[in-house]
Design a protein around this ligand. Structure first.
Ligand SMILES: C[S@@+](CC[C@H](N)C(=O)[O-])C[C@H]1O[C@@H](n2cnc3c(N)ncnc32)[C@H](O)[C@@H]1O
Length: 250
């Protein structure tokens, strides 16, 4: 494993959490998940790893009964400050907090499913999701396919992305790959606050399970795979799709 310590401050440091929605605005992926909720006739939805609650609050606005579960206090604080957040039940934690809940749909969006590193956690999450779904309910989540090298097209130090944040001003943002070890990818996200000259680095890791592995795990957890999409336009997965979007039925 890389010697650089994992800190994930992208999700825990309030200065970086404050930038999260600017870097990750409501997009085609968010609209795709909203359409799935409608198409699959969900009424009650758990958003596991809901982050800053952008999608959670939008779904609440559209009339769904929402529960947002998230381990980071800083992300939850942003989520709780959004319009329609009062219609959402917010819970600090992870999949263990689904015990006793019942929903028509469980969402894990923007690659939350890639944070369950250990097999015991991954399988535990799938079992907990199965229990928390009503019969006929759906688990819907996205996973990136591992490319060589990973994260093709992301901004690099020599080709930074510059964006404007209302509070922080101009921020330069880029990615640096640290290590690929099997399915585990460790990387840094760099933030340079132009006005103050401050630099911050979030060291993150994701696990990239293959489509075959995910299909097997879903079947072992007693899910039936309804569809695997490969793009936010609703097209089905192909061997070259960069996304694998699973719709699994209890
Ligand atoms: C890339 S963000 C996605 C947030 C949100 N779902 C979205 O679509 O914007 C990943 C989120 O997963 C959360 N997370 C990390 N590990 C988790 C775990 N084991 N269980 C639940 N959430 C987790 C992080 O705190 C972070 O908020």
């Amino acid at each position: 494993m890389s010697t650089t310590e994992l800190n994930d401050i992208e999700f825990s440091d309030p200065r970086l959490v404050a930038l999260y929605d600017t870097l990750n605005p409501f997009g085609d992926d968010s609209e795709f998940f909203c359409q799935q909720a409608e198409k699959l006739s969900a009424k009650t939805i758990i958003d596991l790893g809901c982050g800053t609650g952008l999608l959670t609050c939008e779904l609440a606005k559209r009339g769904y009964q929402m529960t947002g579960i998230e381990p980071s206090d800083a992300m939850l604080a942003v989520a709780r400050s959004k319009p329609h957040s009062g219609q959402v039940t917010w819970i600090k934690g992870s999949f263990e907090q689904m015990e006793g809940l019942q929903a028509d749909m469980i969402l894990m969006t923007s690659h939350v499913a890639q944070f369950f590193f250990e097999e015991s956690e991954w399988q535990g999450m799938l079992r907990a999701a199965h229990q928390a779904l009503k019969p006929g309910g759906y688990l819907v989540f996205d996973i990136r396919r591992l490319t060589v090298p990973p994260f093709i097209g992301w901004p690099t130090e020599d080709n930074r992305r510059r964006f404007e944040d209302t509070a922080a001003g101009s921020v330069e943002w880029w990615f640096n790959l640290l290590q690929v070890k099997g399915e585990r990818v460790r990387y840094e996200l760099h933030y340079f606050f132009v006005r103050s000259g401050e630099k911050m680095v979030s060291t993150n890791e994701l696990t990239f399970r293959s489509q075959e592995e995910i299909v097997r795990a879903l079947s072992e957890a007693d899910f039936k795979i309804e569809t695997v999409y490969g793009d936010w336009d609703g097209s089905l997965v192909t061997p070259t799709s960069s996304e694998m979007i699973f719709v699994a039925k209890k």
